[in-house]
Design a protein around this ligand. Structure first.
Ligand code: ATP
Length: 368
C-alpha cells in the first residue's frame, strides 16, 4: 500500500485545510494510506507524533476552517543537509514514499532540493548503519508534488495561488468598513496591504474597491507621483467624493528604490499647504490571512488536491518535480523549478531596483 504524506509550510493561507482534506480523502479513495506532517518541515525533521496517519473522518468539516489545522512553521534545520537527513530517516521509519507540500516558493524550493538529494541521503543512512540496504529498497524513489498556498498570488506559472482570493476578499471587506467612516468624516485613509515583491493584492484591491490611488512594487510611480496623486485626489473631491482611499503594498518603492511608506502618503494628503485632508493610516496586517476561505479557494484547494494525489501516484523517477497550477481555468501540472526560478527572478529585479525588468518579467508571465 502506498503511503502518501502531506504538509503545509511557510506562511499560512486560507484554503490550506481544503487542500489537506482533498489530499487525505483522495489518497484513501485510491487505496493509499494518508499521513499528515504537522508543523511544516519541522514535523518531518522531528518526526514522532508530528507525523500522523489520517482517516477519512479526521478531515471532516475542514473546508470551512481558516488557517491550517496541521500547523505550519519556518524550519531552519531543513535548510541544512543534516536536517534533511533526519527528515529522510523519519519518512522511512513511517514507511512514507511520496510527499505533497502546500506552501510558497521557499517551501517548494526545499521540496525540490529534498527530492534531488534523496538518493544520496539514502546512501548516507545505509553507510551510517541506520538502515540496511533491504530496508531502504522500497524507498528508492521519492515522489514529490507541490501545491501553491500563498495569499500574495506571487508564484509565476499559475493564475491564482490558493488563498489569494480569500485575502483579496478580506481586504475589500475591510476597505468597505473603512469607507463608511471615511465618508462620514470626509477623511482620507492610507491602507497598507501585504505584498513585498508582488503587487497583486494591492492592484486587485484597487480595482475591486475603486481606490483613488495605489502603489505596487513592480511598477513604481513616475518621479512626479506626489503631484499626480494629489491632483487625482483633488479632482475626485471636486466631483463630490467625500472619501479618499490610497492602497500601498508593503514593498512599494519610488523609481530610485526609496520605500514609499503609508506615513509619507498620509503626510502629503494632510499637508496644510496642500490638500489638507484629515488623513489616517490603517495597516491591515494579519487580518488578510484571517477568516475562512472564499468559495473560489475551496474549489481550487479541492480540485488541485485531487490532482496532486494523481500526480504523485503517476510520477516516475524520470518525471520532473511538478506543481499543480490553474491556467485559464484548467487545473494543470507544470515543472516546479521553472516557476520558482521565474518567481525569484521578479523578486531579484525588484530588489535590484530594475523595475523595467520586473515589469517585463510580469508581462511575460501573462503572455505565457
Ligand atoms: P511564504 O511565501 O508565505 O513566505 P514560503 O514557503 O516561501 O512561504 P519560506 O519561509 O521561504 O516560506 O519557506 C518555508 C520553509 O521551507 C523554511 O522555513 C524551510 O524550512 C524550507 N525552505 C525554504 N527554502 C529552502 C531551501 N532553499 N532549502 C531547504 N529548505 C527550504
Amino acid at each position: 500500500k502506498k503511503k502518501i504524506a502531506m504538509m503545509t509550510s511557510g506562511g499560512d493561507a486560507q484554503g490550506m485545510n481544503g487542500v489537506i482534506r482533498a489530499c487525505v480523502r483522495t489518497a484513501i479513495h485510491m487505496g493509499c494510506d494518508a499521513f499528515c506532517v504537522y508543523e511544516g518541515y519541522e514535523g518531518l525533521v522531528q518526526g514522532g507524533d508530528l507525523i500522523r496517519k489520517m482517516e477519512w473522518h479526521d478531515v471532516r468539516g475542514w473546508l470551512s476552517e481558516g488557517g491550517t489545522l496541521i500547523g505550519t512553521a519556518r524550519c531552519m534545520a531543513f535548510y541544512e543537509r543534516a536536517g534533511r537527513l533526519q527528515a529522510a530517516k523519519n519518512m522511512i521509519l513511517h514507511g512514507i514514499d511520496a510527499l505533497i507540500i502546500c506552501g510558497g516558493d521557499g517551501s517548494l524550493t526545499g521540496a525540490d532540493k529534498f527530492r534531488a538529494e534523496w538518493p544520496s541521503l539514502l546512501e548516507e543512512l545505509v553507510s551510517t548503519k541506520q538502515f540496511t540496504r533491504e530496508q531502504i529498497e522500497p524507498h528508492k524513489h521519492l515522489n514529490i508534488v507541490g501545491l501553491v498556498g500563498s495569499i500574495d498570488n506571487d508564484l509565476s506559472g499559475t493564475d491564482a495561488t490558493i488563498g489569494c482570493y480569500s485575502a483579496l476578499t478580506r481586504i475589500c471587506e475591510m476597505v468597505d468598513y473603512i469607507e463608511a467612516t471615511a465618508s462620514s468624516h470626509s477623511r482620507a485613509f492610507v491602507i497598507e496591504v501585504m505584498g513585498r515583491h508582488c503587487g497583486w493584492l494591492a492592484l486587485m484591491a484597487g480595482v475591486a474597491t475603486g481606490a483613488d490611488f495605489i502603489f505596487i512594487p513592480e511598477k513604481p510611480r513616475e518621479d512626479n507621483w506626489r503631484e499626480e496623486m494629489c491632483g487625482i485626489v483633488q479632482k475626485h473631491r471636486t466631483l463630490g467624493k467625500r472619501k479618499t482611499i490610497v492602497i500601498v503594498a508593503e514593498g512599494a518603492h519610488d523609481r530610485e528604490g526609496q520605500k514609499i511608506t503609508p506615513e509619507m502618503v498620509r503626510e502629503l494628503l494632510a499637508d496644510k499647504s496642500g490638500l489638507a485632508i484629515d488623513s489616517r493610516i490603517t495597516t491591515l496586517g494579519h487580518v488578510q490571512r484571517g477568516g475562512v476561505a472564499v468559495a473560489y479557494d475551496r474549489m481550487l484547494a479541492t480540485l488541485q488536491g485531487v490532482e496532486a494525489v494523481k500526480a504523485v501516484l503517476e510520477a516516475t523517477p524520470e518525471t520532473e518535480t511538478c506543481f499543480i497550477a490553474v491556467t485559464e481555468n484548467k487545473i494543470v501540472r507544470k515543472p516546479l523549478m521553472k516557476a520558482v526560478e521565474d518567481t525569484k527572478a521578479v523578486a531579484a529585479a525588484i530588489e535590484a531596483h530594475d523595475f523595467d525588468k520586473a515589469m517585463s518579467l510580469r508581462d511575460a508571465e501573462f503572455s505565457d
